[in-house]
Each structure stands twice: as C-alpha cells, then as structure tokens.
Design a protein around this ligand. Sequence first.
Ligand code: SF4
Ligand code: SF4
Length: 97
Amino acid sequence: MRSFRYLDDTAILHLSEDKCIGCGNCQLVCPHRIFRIFEGKAEIVDRNGCMECGACAKNCPTAALYVNPDDGCGCASYIINSWIARIRGKAPSGCGC
Ligand code: SF4
Ligand code: SF4
C-alpha cells in the first residue's frame, strides 16, 4: 500500500496533540503507516502518504484526528484507479471528483 500515493501537500489530515492520549489506535489501523507513537503521543511521520480513508479518525477515542475525504483531496479513488491502471498497463486518469 505504501507505493500508492496521492499528490504531495494535499492531505487534510490534522492531529490535535493536546487531545491525544497515546493509545496507538491510529498507528494500528492506518494502512499507510502515517503515525508513530513517541513519548506518549501520536506523531504524523508521512503526511503525504495519507489517502484520507478515515480509519484513524474513526478509531481515535478522543477525536484528536480529523480528515475530510468529502473534499476530494488525498482521494482514495485516485489511488485505487492508479492501481487498476497500473495492472492494465495504462496511465492513471484521475479520480472523477
Ligand atoms: S486517513 Fe487513513 S491513510 Fe490517512 S492517516 Fe488516517 S488511517 Fe492513515
Ligand atoms: S488514536 Fe487518537 S488518541 Fe490514540 S494515539 Fe492516535 S491520535 Fe492519539
């Protein structure tokens, strides 16, 4: 999954460090290994790898994470279309947003 990336500097992912209790759920559920836990808090270590699937925010017990896939940035559809295009030997054509 780490080889499928979107455009740099487009992910809306936001982490409120003051709300984070360091439970590690985000690190566990993220398919792109965006987080690490350091000194009892989550850190974003690869923002540009985020596809805004929303798994981290849905599993954060303190609402410390925010993503908004409805805005069409970091779009999962683009990544999936890129994957299908690669299998078919074609160039990715976009996400349709
Ligand atoms: S939205 Fe998905 S890809 Fe992005 S950091 Fe959260 S779990 Fe990882
Ligand atoms: S899931 Fe939320 S509270 Fe838990 S480590 Fe991640 S950001 Fe912090």
